[in-house]
Write a protein of this length. Structure first.
Length: 94
């Protein structure tokens, strides 16, 4: 579902960069601040999550979610490189 693809990456980004945890709805605001080009679909995903059943998602929203995943991944890799943290622990078989 598009909402999870929009809200999940920001939660991961928050955890990677702060060590903390966010709810999906809080992640919408956090992610929009850090990746403002995705603010509109994130706001709609948050509204849907909060019970607005009038919100609909179309193919461009799924494409935006893919772009957000790419943006979050790139930023997380940069953050890990800047801090000397390994970006891909799963490469060691974790």
């Amino acid at each position: 579902m598009v909402t999870f693809a929009l809200l999940g990456p920001g939660r991961l980004h928050y955890t990677i960069t702060t060590g903390g945890l966010l709810t999906k709805t809080a992640a919408a605001d956090y992610t929009a601040r850090h990746f403002p080009e995705y603010a509109e679909p994130l706001a709609r995903a948050k509204s849907w999550r909060l019970g607005d059943d009038t919100v609909q998602f179309m193919v461009p929203d799924a494409q935006a979610a893919c772009g957000l995943i790419d943006a979050v991944t790139a930023d997380a890799r940069k953050t890990c490189a800047d801090t000397g943290t390994e970006a891909e622990p799963w490469s060691r078989g974790w």
